[in-house]
Design a binder for this molecule. Sequence first.
Ligand code: SF4
Length: 265
Amino acid sequence: MKTAFDIIRLTPKTNCGECGFETCIVFAVSVIGGNCKVGLCPYIKDKAHGVNNERAGIAGEISPDTALLKELKSKVKSADLAKRADGLGAEAIEEGGQTALKLPYLGSEVTISAKGAKDLNGHELDPRDQILLYNYIFFGGSGPLTGQWIGLESLPNSISKVVTLRRYAEDKLAEAFGGNIEGLRKAAGRLSASLIDPCHADLCLIVPVLPKVPVQLHFWDQDTEEGFGPRVKALFDRRVLDFLDIESLIFASERTAEAIIAQTS
Ligand code: SF4
């Protein structure tokens, strides 16, 4: 099965935008997510002969996440991080003689630079989290959020992703906290989630995943008498796709669910 890394390797990585996506990374993730065809990049055909075949053996020995991460770190060297800081809700800082961005991610402060994304103890984050954070930076969103919350199904080109979001984020949370609403409130609170009141579900929370990507979670607990299981619905700001592509948004939601569940152990 192809990965986003396989697709990126086929592009010239110039971020020219001719495919309609801001960067080659976003394009590659969209191809893997089934949102567009690889032929949208007019440069892939030429590049697909020779060079990529030669490198196929090497790629087989490298974990795609690790190789993609290496590429992202190298790309961030030429990005003007200080210029992007405000729009992303981050702070530009000096770290080891280089500019880095400091921002909150799932309840903890992290720094991101060409050396990687690290927690405040200097430990590198899980490669998947680092890729998400680099995508957030390269997406380069700016401006205020709308304060209008909508379900994934109301975002463009999202229909095929609704089931993925349910399976990997909403259902995971519902299963973990069915019959334990207080446990969910406490666990999410440890990630700096705030309660929404009034709430038309049994519990409504806003989890600050990234500065410009908050996720609202509505939780309905199980009703054994009526025979209903627990249910969770995630909502996003109407402008969320100005800050993350849809694949990254679903991944961010999955990591949010995992991070909340991890707070109970
Ligand atoms: S058209 Fe190709 S090279 Fe240009 S941004 Fe899209 S994927 Fe990258």
